[in-house]
Design a protein around this ligand. Structure first.
Ligand code: NAD
Length: 354
């Protein structure tokens, strides 16, 4: 990778911190894209990168995505993201979590962290011993916080229903065939909600036992990971990792709609146009997958302001996700621009970048 500030992904980030703590062995990146609307909020990914340039690219793309996501969700939060570079055996120690908490704290509230891939509630508790600028902490029944996955899944489920109504003119999901990639916290939650609503599911995961257990539970079937994108269906729902929608991936799709929770689904910006050319309705990832950040941001803001948290406020805001998607699709159809471009423009206007 060339100097990262000359890369398109850099996109005028306000601040990019490289953190190395010799004592614990922590190496991390904290990228703050924009604090125009409030503190940069976004989870921390714990991952092993064969090439550290990939970690920087992830941090930059994910934090810009958080700026857009938080703005489009109507939250008073900016966008940021943490990436912790793990070794090949994915060792994550209490000392590393403490050092990461110190790095977050040193930013004085400009960055608020939470869970992302590879992070747990217990990790957030460990980080919270060093900084108050963390959310996604354990929550009791009916309280805000905790694992954001189920809230993210709820928003995606509502978004898929809206997409099916918009594209296929069908109310409800009875008999709608859905191919779902990734059976983790988000994908599993989405699949359960879809199945309850009558959808017919094909699921896949690189962990075959996980896919098989989910398929058994919801009465679906499984296919191998390399087959899921070419399953004939109405909706392809990506809920694993990003950059799956490239020339090859889009050519393989046999669906009318792409709507799922994975971050950064488009490998490059032009791939949104390719989806539109194929007549596939796309639900921009950062709009449909905002449920989790809505929940944990409100948890954080209530705690900061010493106010009681209202779970109904979270539910109300998640229920607005389909309205945003419909506004994007309508503008896309009226103006001949792909849905991802329309969403980016809306988000950029909200964060003062247009
Ligand atoms: P997770 O780790 O719980 O689950 C991810 C699942 O995807 C795992 O079961 C993994 O084995 C599987 N997987 C990985 N590569 C795959 C592949 N090539 N094919 C099939 N399966 C594969 O993570 P999660 O929290 O469910 O997050 C999933 C995606 O959603 C990520 O892109 C994440 O950034 C995004 N996201 C998560 C949240 C949240 O609230 N957790 C919020 C917004 C976005």
């Amino acid at each position: 990778m060339a100097a990262f500030w000359t890369e398109a992904d850099y996109d005028e980030h306000e601040r990019v911190e490289l953190v190395h703590d010799r004592a614990s062995g922590l190496t991390a990146i904290i990228a703050l894209h924009s604090t125009h609307l409030g503190p940069g909020a976004g989870g921390t990914r714990f991952w092993h990168y064969a090439d550290p340039a990939g970690a920087m690219r992830d941090a930059l793309r994910l934090s810009r995505g958080m700026s857009y996501k938080n703005a489009m969700a109507g939250l008073p939060m900016g966008g940021g993201k943490g990436v912790v570079l793990l070794d090949a055996s994915r060792t994550k120690t209490p000392a590393m979590l403490a050092a990461f908490g110190d790095a977050v704290d040193a930013l004085g509230g400009r960055y608020v962290t939470a869970e992302d891939v590879g992070a747990s509630e217990a990790d957030m508790v460990a980080i919270s011993r060093r900084t108050p600028h963390v959310c996604g902490l354990p929550a009791g029944e009916g309280q805000l916080g905790g694992d954001p996955g189920p809230f993210t899944a709820m928003g995606i489920f509502l978004g898929i229903k809206a997409a099916v109504a918009h594209k296929l003119g069908q109310d409800g999901l009875t008999g709608v065939r859905i191919a779902l990639q990734g059976c983790g916290s988000v994908g599993g939650g989405v699949a359960r909600l879809l199945a309850k609503d009558g959808a017919v599911l094909t699921v896949s995961d690189i962990d075959p036992a996980r896919a098989a257990a989910l398929a058994r539970e919801i009465g679906g079937r499984t296919v191998a990971p390399d087959a899921i994108m070419s399953v004939a269906c109405e909706v392809f729902s990506p809920n694993a990792l990003g950059a799956i929608l490239d020339e090859d991936g889009i050519a393989r799709l046999d669906c009318a709609i792409v709507a799922g929770g994975a971050n950064n689904q488009l490998a490059r910006a032009e791939h949104g146009g390719l989806l539109a050319e194929r007549g596939i309705l796309y639900a921009p990832d950062y709009v449909i997958n905002a449920g989790g950040i809505i929940n944990v941001s409100l948890e954080y803001l209530c705690r900061q302001h010493g106010q009681p948290c209202d779970i109904n406020e979270v539910r109300k805001r998640i229920a607005q996700i389909p309205d945003r998607l419909r506004a994007i699709w309508q503008e896309s159809e009226a103006g001949g621009l792909s849905a991802d471009v329309v969403a980016d423009r809306m988000a950029q206007a909200l964060i003062g970048r247009r």
